[in-house]
Design a protein around this ligand. Structure first.
Ligand SMILES: *Cc1c(COP(=O)(O)O)cnc(C)c1O
Length: 221
């Protein structure tokens, strides 16, 4: 199967987004060949939801891309995850951060993490509620092998990207608030929000990382 469309899709997106915005290719269900293709198109960061699926692609691609974990991290996958990933975007509890710390300590690696914000306060979803984020970050800031570098949010899903705008806007406010606190061991650099249907809205609300899958690779089967 030809994958030439990937190049056109990536070019279209890169033309559209400002240069300060990092494009993370969300690669769940895609083959290592498809992932290699996006890297050859100039994408420098790959987002993965499943540690096990990443192992195969990582064997081929190694550190020629920056690996972002964007799924829900299960405890028994943390050891492997800290070996592979450069950033874990979905830390939402002190327990998870502590488990990452323990595994990182064993291999002497400082893990960059983002705090996942449940901006829609949806009970069935992962992420810390906005009002609890500062307390969580203060607790994590005591861990020497974990470094908080940003926030990530999904926002409630609906067909209309405008629905997500107030949630992106609230997450940006929280991002700015945490930045002004100058917490030790916390460097608020990245705000990861927006997917295929919502990345334009997310950028207009201050995202500097967008995670795009479908618009790069096509519909998932
Ligand atoms: C799949 C996924 C994306 C990308 O979604 P698309 O709609 O395919 O662009 C972004 N972020 C996370 C956390 C995802 O799981």
């Amino acid at each position: 199967m030809s994958i030439g469309y990937i190049r056109r899709n990536v070019e279209d997106i890169l033309k559209e987004i400002p240069s300060h915005v990092k494009l993370v290719a969300a690669a769940k269900t895609r083959s290592p060949e498809e992932v290699l293709e996006v890297i050859s198109c100039g994408i420098k960061a790959i987002g993965e939801n499943y540690v096990q699926d990443t192992v195969k692609a990582f064997e081929v691609i190694k550190h020629s891309a920056e690996w972002h974990f964007i799924g829900h991290l299960q405890k028994n996958k943390i050891k492997k995850a800290v070996e592979i990933f450069d950033v874990i975007e979905t830390v939402d509890s002190i327990e998870l951060a502590g488990n990452i710390q323990e595994k990182c300590c064993q291999i002497n690696k400082i893990m960059k993490v983002f705090i996942e914000i449940n901006s829609g306060r949806e009970p069935q979803k992962f992420g810390v509620f906005p009002e609890n984020a500062v307390e969580l970050i203060k607790a994590i800031s005591k861990l020497n092998y974990v470094k908080v570098e940003g926030l990530m949010t999904m926002g409630p899903y609906s067909g209309d990207p405008e629905t997500a705008r107030p949630y992106f806007s609230e997450t940006k406010k929280l991002f700015d608030e945490i930045k002004t606190k100058s917490l030790r061991n916390v460097d608020m650099k990245y705000l990861s929000m927006g997917m295929t249907n919502s990345y334009k809205v997310a950028i207009s609300e201050g995202a500097n990382i967008v995670r795009i899958g479908t618009k790069i690779f096509g519909e998932r089967k």
